[in-house]
Design a protein around this ligand. Structure first.
Ligand code: NAD
Length: 298
């Protein structure tokens, strides 16, 4: 099936493209800029989701859409995008995608939202809240099957314009994030589910990473002294963590992913044990990234 990725030249689109190919789909990347890597079999359309006249033509022939295109937190904190730009792409863009999909008969859409909706003090969060309302409105119609995924931060370490060194990414991940590979897995599971089941109202599914820490560990953090909970799981990496600026006494926030587990069977695969192992092996370089495969090394 042809699956259209809005904003498919970005980080998530680049991870999804090879996955879609390997499962027999044809990814169609719709973006205002070309992808850095376009594996054989993937199609690229240079165009904008805001181009109301041409969007139905871009979507025609596709069986499903992953709606990714959007400005996110980093574009606000860097002062790159203003309120109008957030509204245009994140809110109106979502409306244009759902309206055009309806007009050409596409009835399966995975919408990428964000856990930032819980901090509605930002332009980004407000725009994504409005976008979710649009998705919910279209999804409540019988002819539209949609899922809203709410991942927490997932910018990959190989995005060197954001994370110069692996340790910068690791320090960020440490406070709580989800690996982009796990987000991509949830998208694939969502596409699978949309093909099998009619959904009356779009479920909203939070995506977080994997944790070795149990709920009991988090509730009784460091009861045996600073760093004691960390030592329970990663004692051999204590000095390594400190040397790379990771504070073992920091208690990560863990989000409730039970709805994603219930709906999709979502099972995140990447957590702190993986991160520490990668840091031990590769240091500040981080693991080699195979852009063509779109994922971290096995
Ligand atoms: N990256 C994160 O940490 C994170 C976390 C939670 C949610 N999200 C959500 O994920 C999405 C961003 O995904 P990403 O991380 O791959 O971002 P990205 O910035 O790497 O990619 C976004 C892509 O959208 C494209 N784009 C911009 N305007 C467009 C337009 N008018 N038409 C078509 N394409 C356009 C950009 O060129 C870019 O390639 C957003 O919806 C964001 O809210 C991101």
């Amino acid at each position: 099936m042809k699956i259209l990725l809005t904003g498919g030249s970005g980080d998530l689109g680049q991870v999804l493209t090879p996955r879609l190919l390997s499962t027999g789909h044809t990814p169609v990347i719709l973006d205002i800029r070309p992808p850095a890597h376009r594996p054989p079999g993937a199609t690229f359309i240079q165009g904008s989701i805001l181009d109301r006249d041409r969007l139905p033509e871009y979507l025609a022939g596709c069986g499903a859409i992953v709606h990714i295109a959007g400005w996110h937190g980093i574009h606000e904190s860097n002062g790159e995008k203003n309120a109008h730009e957030f509204f245009d792409l994140n809110v109106r863009g979502t409306f244009e995608v759902f309206e055009a999909a309806t007009s050409v008969g596409i009835d399966r859409i995975v919408h990428i939202s964000t856990t930032s909706v819980h901090r509605p003090t930002t332009l980004y969060a407000r725009s994504k809240i409005l976008a979710e309302q649009i998705v919910t409105d279209y999804g409540a119609r019988q002819d539209m099957n949609a899922i809203i995924l709410r991942p927490r931060g997932f910018i990959p370490y190989w995005n060197r314009s954001v994370y110069t060194r692996y340790r910068d990414w690791a320090q960020w991940f440490w406070r709580g994030a989800v690996h982009i590979d796990d987000v991509a897995s949830a998208v694939m599971q969502s596409l699978d589910m949309l093909g099998k089941q009619q959904i009356d109202r779009p479920p909203v599914l939070t995506l977080d990473g994997a944790y070795e820490y149990t709920d009991n560990d988090l509730a009784h953090w460091d009861v045996d002294g600073p760093g004691s909970t960390f030592r329970k799981y990663y004692a051999q990496h204590y000095d390594l963590a400190v040397s790379f600026g990771l504070d073992p006494t920091v208690r990560p926030t863990k989000l409730d992913i039970s709805e994603a587990v219930r709906w999709l069977g979502y099972k995140p695969s990447y957590g702190m044990a993986n991160l520490l192992a990668e840091l031990a092996t590769y240091g500040d370089q981080g693991p080699p990234h195979d852009a063509a495969a779109g994922c971290r090394p096995a």
